[in-house]
Design a protein around this ligand. Structure first.
Ligand code: NAP
Length: 272
């Protein structure tokens, strides 16, 4: 693997949806050269950012001497996309990185198929175009150096996030998925439940209720495919969903029990 000159990287993005475009903007501002390949082609945006676009031409994309290949694809497409990469077209070893919101799944896939002389870095920026619209300072960036030999390229890539002020959090993909099931997946699940019961703002909203509305709105802004991916490809999510279901039943039982106790008390208390 060659070393990038003066910390500027040639970054090839596979998948150029909303999140990839959001990342690309900062990367371009930092002086990195971005190339992309995706299914659809947002010509206006890539022209505006000066991005070299390889429309569905994966061979030409892989031959274009990237230092880093960054996977920004939906979780549910990861297996199909990663397994169909024509790795033989690579001219040199590359750092393969991903930003998927689950981590064990892409790690397993990349370890299976990425050529031995290329490196693997699994990451999850814990923010998106909404939470990161005013900059990335103090926002968390999780990463797992799964297989790194070219330290220069890896640290130049991590530097993109470090230099924007991100809180860099190194942890295993397994630990990430355990924590994300308890935090991100749970938030999405509760947001979806709130949407099912059709919670809407009222004229007498409390601050707490306004926060609930925010949870519902942010969960439903993301696609159901993303939510499904967080569930299907995080082996710890099922337990959290079961816990949530049991917790709701338990709270209901506690209330019914208390109500019955109150009723018994009022029946057994003689009137003055
Ligand atoms: P998205 O809007 O669905 O974009 C995914 C991109 O991948 C699209 O450009 C899509 O093309 C492309 N794609 C799908 N299948 C492909 C294929 N077979 N070959 C090449 N490109 C393909 O999703 P996103 O919101 O940008 O998120 C991308 C990833 O980032 C997800 O894994 C998500 O978990 C992760 N992430 C997202 C956020 C966030 O806030 N959004 C934050 C952290 C991490 P088309 O547009 O033509 O379908």
């Amino acid at each position: 693997m060659s070393s990038p000159s003066q910390n500027t990287l040639k970054i090839g993005m596979i998948g150029f949806g909303r999140f990839a475009q959001f990342l690309a903007e900062t990367m371009v501002n930092q002086g990195h050269s971005i190339r992309a390949t995706s299914i659809s082609d947002d010509t206006d945006l890539r022209t505006q950012l000066g991005i070299l676009f390889f429309s569905k031409d994966m061979i030409a994309f892989l031959e274009s001497n990237n230092d880093v290949i960054l996977l920004c694809i939906p979780i549910l497409s990861a297996s199909q996309v990663i397994k169909s990469i024509p790795f033989h077209a690579l001219k040199q070893p590359v750092l393969f990185a991903d930003v998927l919101s689950v981590k064990e799944h892409p790690k397993d896939l990349l370890q299976q198929v990425v050529p031995q002389d290329s490196d693997v870095l699994c990451t999850h920026p814990m923010f998106g175009p909404d939470s990161g619209k005013d900059g990335w300072k103090d926002l968390t960036f999780m990463f797992d150096r799964v297989r790194i030999r070219n330290e220069v390229t890896c640290s130049s890539f991590l530097q993109i996030f470090e230099s924007e002020g991100c809180r860099m959090m190194e942890m295993s993909c397994e630990d990430h998925d355990k924590l994300a099931a308890k935090s991100q997946f749970l938030t999405h699940a509760i947001g979806r439940v709130l949407s099912e019961v059709e919670v809407e703002p009222t004229s007498i909203d409390t601050k707490g209720f306004q926060k609930l509305i925010e949870v519902k709105e942010s969960a439903t802004r993301d696609s159901f495919d993303l939510f499904s991916g967080l569930f299907i490809h995080n082996r710890f999510a099922r337990q959290q969903l079961d816990n949530l279901e049991l917790a709701l039943k338990s709270v209901k039982q506690q209330l019914i029990k208390r109500m019955n106790e109150e009723l018994d008390q009022s029946i057994n208390t003689p009137n003055n």
